[in-house]
Ligand binder design. Sequence first.
Ligand SMILES: Cc1cc2nc3c(=O)[nH]c(=O)nc-3n(C[C@H](O)[C@H](O)[C@H](O)COP(=O)(O)O)c2cc1C
Ligand code: SF4
Length: 393
Amino acid sequence: MAKRKLKRVDLIFSKDCSCRDILAAGLQKPREEIIQTLIASGLKGRGGAGFPTGLKWKMAANEKSNKKYVICNADEGEPGTFKDREILDREPLKVLGGMALCAYVTGAREGFVYLRHEYRFLIPKLEKVLDTFHKWMEELNLDFNVKLFIGAGAYVCGEETSLIESMEGKRGEPRNKPPYPTNEGYLGKPTVVNNVETFVYTMMILRIGAEEFKAMGIEGSSGSKLFSVSGDTPKAGIYELELGMTLDEFVKEFGDGDAKAVQVGGASGFCVPRKRFAETHIGYQGGLTGFSLPTGGSMMIFNSSRSMYNVLHNYLEFFEEESCGQCTPCRVGCQQLLKGIEAVKRGEKSQKYLNDLLRLADTMKITAKCGLGQSVGNSFSSIVENFREEMIY
Ligand SMILES: Cc1cc2nc3c(=O)[nH]c(=O)nc-3n(C[C@H](O)[C@H](O)[C@H](O)COP(=O)(O)O)c2cc1C
Ligand code: SF4
C-alpha cells in the first residue's frame, strides 16, 4: 500500500491568505462547483470517522426543506486530542468561513459552534470574532447567522446525533441512524455536522484548489491533517502533516528514542506496538482492521517505562464513566472489561479469562449502538493482544 514520507505542511495556520477574500470568491462560484471541488479534493472529515465532506454537503444541499442548519463540532472530547482548541484560538475566522461556505452550498441560514464545556475560556474571543463575521455576512450578502452553544461536558455528545439531542434540550444520547443528520438533524431538519478542522480545510481547498490538495497524502487519504502529539515525547504539541506517513517515521520525528507503542486515535483508537511501526501508516483507506489507521488527530506515544495495563485501565475507567448507558453491550460491557482486567491482574482470574474478555470486546464492536461502545473494543483488543504479558498477575 502506498505510503508518504513524513512532511510538515502549513495550511491551517498559514497567514498568507485572507479569509474574507477566499469566502468572497467562493460565494461567487456556483454551489455545484464548490461541491465538485470538495469531492475532487478527496477531503474526508477530520473528526475521526472520515466521511467524504463534499458528499455530505451535497446530501444536505439536495434536501428540500424550508430550514437547514450547519453545526461545527467543537466538542473535542477524545483523550489526547487538543487541536481544535488551537484552531479556534488562532484561526476562528477560517472555521466560520468554512461554515459560511457550507451554508451557501446547502441553503442553511443558521449555524452553531458546539463548544466543549472545558473551552469556555474561548467564549469572549469567539463572541468578538462572531461580530466581525456577521459584518462580513452583511457585506457579502449572505443570510447566515452563527451562535455559540456550550456543551455540558459529556464525551458522548461529540457524537453528532447526541450533540443534536443535547442542543434540543434532551439527554445527550445517540439516535438511531438512519436517518442521518443530513436528512433529519437539528429540530428534524437537514443538518451538516462537521469537525472544526474540516471546515478550515474546505476554505483552504478553495484557496489552493482540489488538485494541489489531492497531490498531498495518498490514495483514499488526501491532503494533510493536524495531529495532537502527546505522551513520551520531547515534542508534545500540534503539527500539520501530510497523511500517509508510517508510524516508524512518526516516532523517529516525535518519539524519545524508546517508544514501545503509539495509540493512534485516542482512547477509542488503536494501540500499535513497535514491531508494527514500519508497516502501519496513517490514513483512512484500510478501514479499521488494515495497516492504515485513521485518527481524529490524537497520537499518544508510550515508552518502555509505561505499564500498558495502566494505560488500558485508565481508558476503561474513562469509557465506563462516559458510556451514556442507553444500550446494554456498552453499559455492561465497559464495566465487565474493567472489572475483568482488574481480576486478572490481582490473580483472581486466570490469564485465559483474557480470551473471554477479548470475545466480549468483539461483541461490543458489533452490537453497541454508537461509536463509543463500538470503539472500546479497538483499544482493548489492540492492547491486550499486543501486551498480554503486562495484563497478568
Ligand atoms: C463517542 C464519540 C465522540 C465523538 N466526538 C467528536 C468530537 O469531539 N469532535 C468531532 O468532530 N467529532 C466527534 N465524533 C464524530 C462525530 O460523530 C461526527 O462524525 C463528526 O463530527 C463529523 O464531522 P467530520 O465529517 O468533519 O469529521 C465523535 C464520535 C463518537 C462516536
Ligand atoms: S454504545 Fe454506549 S454511549 Fe453509545 S448508545 Fe450505547 S451505551 Fe450509549
